[in-house]
Structure formats: C-alpha cells, structure tokens
Design a protein around this ligand. Structure first.
Ligand SMILES: Nc1nc2c(ncn2[C@@H]2O[C@H](COP(=O)(O)OP(=O)(O)OP(=O)(O)O)[C@@H](O)[C@H]2O)c(=O)[nH]1
Ligand SMILES: [Mg+2]
Length: 327
C-alpha cells in the first residue's frame, strides 16, 4: 500500500515536472494538455500553476466581446498579421460555457481564423468549463498564466454576449474591446444593456455595410461622453478598413503603464476568488460527509418534509447545524 502511494506520488510529480517543462519550452501539445486539466478541474493543474507562477506577468490580454455575429472571430483573425508585425506571439482563447464539448466552439471559427497547425507562433483553444467551481474566470486566469509562462505575448479572448460573463471576463483581461455591427437592430439595446460598462475600446465592425455610420454616431453619442472616455473605432474585418489604426492604438495602450497598474486589483480579486473556491470546496466536502454519516437524521428530516411538519428550509437549517455547530 505504502509502496503504491509512493509510486503514485512519484508518478504525479514526475508527470507534473514534464508538464511544467513542456510549458516553459513552448510545447503546444503539453500546453493544450495542461489547459484541459484546468478545464476539468484536475488538482494536478494547481501544482503546475504554483510552479510556473514566477514566470508569469508579461503577457498582455485583450478581451473581444459583443453580440453574436458582430464579427469577433473575423476581426481577431484579421488582426493577427497586424500584431505579428509587432513581433508578437499570439494565443487565442474562445470562452464558450454553453458549448458541451470543449473545442466545439472554435471549430466553426476555423474557417474565419488562420490554421494554427503549421504556425508555431499561434495557439488557439476554446474553453468550456461550465461546471468549474470557481467559475469561468478562475479557469481563464489559470489558462492565461499557462500561456503567459509559455511566452505568448498577446492573448486574445473571445466571448459572446452582454451578460455577467462579459463583466467577469473584463475583470480578467487587461483591455476589453466591445464589438457591434449594423446588421442587427438590437445594437443600441445591447449598448444600453450594460456593455457600456465593460469596454475600453468600442468597435463598429462591418463598416462596409449600410448603417455602420449611423451606429457609429449613436455609439459616440451614448458612450463617447462618458467619464471613462473609451475609444470608438469604425472598422471592417472584410475590407481591412481601420485595422491599421486600431492596432496602432492598441499597441500604444500596451506601452503605457495603465494596464500594469490594474494588476494590483486583479491580484486582489484573484486572491478572493481562490479563497472562495477553496472554502466552497471544503464546505461541499464536509456537507457530503455529514449527509453520509447522518443517514438516520437525514431520513427523519425527509419524513418530516413528506408529512409537511417541516419545510425544506427548516430541515436544511437543522442539518446545517451539523456542518457549522457554532451557528
Ligand atoms: N460585411 C461584412 N461582414 C462581416 C464583417 N466581419 C464579419 N462579417 C461576417 O459576419 C458574420 C459573423 O462573423 P463572426 O466573425 O463569426 O462573428 P462573431 O462575433 O465571432 O460571432 P459568434 O462567435 O457567433 O458570436 C460572418 O458571416 C462574417 O463573414 C465585415 O467587416 N463586413
Ligand atoms: Mg466567433
């Protein structure tokens, strides 16, 4: 038994060292493998993060968000050569918690994004992580750390929508770009529905289409005057209009210390998140143990719920006294 445990210990640690080495030597297969471990909440991933953490902190992360079909994938694909001209090694992450299969989301985007197989400088991956106990932002943070340690200078994160997820992601990345397009009528609604809070840069894509100018002026009107003073661009992923200016501006922003200064907030949020995740995990474990070892009490409470002498809240409160005896 002892021997087995020892063998397992050696196995896990040797395996972990292989992962760490692979990441630091920019081995794409190992990077992908470690990201899967993070996505699957494999505890080994935490050990890897601990080891690579000192090597992180150099990468710049940009979130691309906005309504479905706005052209996020197209824009990211088109911007890659511009960023590469600045000598950047680029990684792309697509966050799609609704996708049942990790990797599913990005498959459809392959047509719009360049093939990564023959390109050593480009890494592409989608993240599912619906069930991650720390939420998507915890796993996204860790995936970014992996890519950062692997020497990717620029990490582009695509996510769809205007919900809580975007707000969460905007807290993880250094710079958030919100993309609209004139194709759908609900843009102004989307603008009003909260995306105005998350963006550092706003983009009207599809400048080649009718209505893009009107939308641009609406955006300038709605958010241009805000105290946060976001930048607003009109571009076209199709024709390439405006992409040069956009890249220049982004590179300028990267050079300022602003995004670095944001890091203190991020580290604090991180610490709080990790604490919450850790405590929740322990409480869940403890709750399951209590339920297991107090079967008689559980049966009694279920019975009282069946005969309506107790409601579920009262019953759960009683049970929770076993988890938190002090309360
Ligand atoms: N006319 C025009 N069409 C564009 C432009 N950019 C993207 N499109 C088209 O818009 C559609 C949606 O583009 P995507 O890049 O998939 O948009 P997305 O925001 O990534 O979409 P989701 O990932 O599904 O949320 C595609 O048919 C693109 O070809 C543009 O600048 N002009
Ligand atoms: Mg897309």
């Amino acid at each position: 038994m002892q021997n087995n445990l020892f063998a397992m210990y050696i196995h896990v640690h040797v395996h972990m060292d292989i992962l760490v080495e692979g990441i630091l030597s920019k081995n794409k297969r190992v990077i992908a493998q470690t990201i899967s471990k993070i996505d699957n909440e494999d505890p080994a991933a935490h050990e890897v993060i601990k080891k690579i953490f000192p090597k992180t902190g150099k990468a710049m992360t940009i979130g691309f968000t906005g309504p479905a079909g706005a052209g996020k994938s197209s824009l990211i694909g088109k911007l890659i050569p511009y960023f590469k001209n600045y000598g950047m090694r680029i990684a792309i992450l697509a966050v799609d918690p609704t996708s049942p299969i990790t990797g599913g989301a990005i498959l459809g985007d392959r047509v719009r994004m360049p093939s990564t197989m023959d390109d050593d400088e480009l890494f592409m991956r989608s993240l599912g992580s619906r069930g991650a106990s720390g939420g998507i932002s915890t796993s996204l943070r860790n995936v970014i750390r992996i890519l950062d340690a692997a020497g990717y200078d620029l990490i582009l994160v695509e996510s769809v929508g205007a919900g809580q997820l975007e707000v969460e992601i905007s807290k993880v990345v250094n710079l958030t770009i919100v993309i609209f397009n004139p194709n759908t009528g609900d843009n102004v609604q989307a603008v009003k529905a909260g995306l105005t809070e998350v963006g550092d840069i706003y983009i009207v894509n599809k400048a080649d289409l009718d209505g893009s100018n009107t939308l641009y002026l609406t955006l300038v009107d709605l958010i241009g005057q805000s105290s946060r003073n976001p930048l607003i661009f009109k571009v076209s992923a199709n024709t390439g209009e405006g992409l040069d200016d956009l890249t220049k501006k982004i590179m300028e922003l990267i050079k300022t210390d602003d995004w670095k200064n944001k890091r203190k907030d991020k580290e604090r949020t991180d610490l709080e998140n990790e604490l919450k995740t850790m405590v929740l995990r322990e409480i869940r474990k403890k709750s399951l143990k209590i339920i297991d070892s107090n079967n008689a009490k559980v049966l009694e409470l279920v019975k009282s719920m069946l005969d309506k002498s107790k409601d579920p809240y009262t019953a759960a409160e009683e049970l929770s006294l076993l988890v938190f005896p002090g309360n």
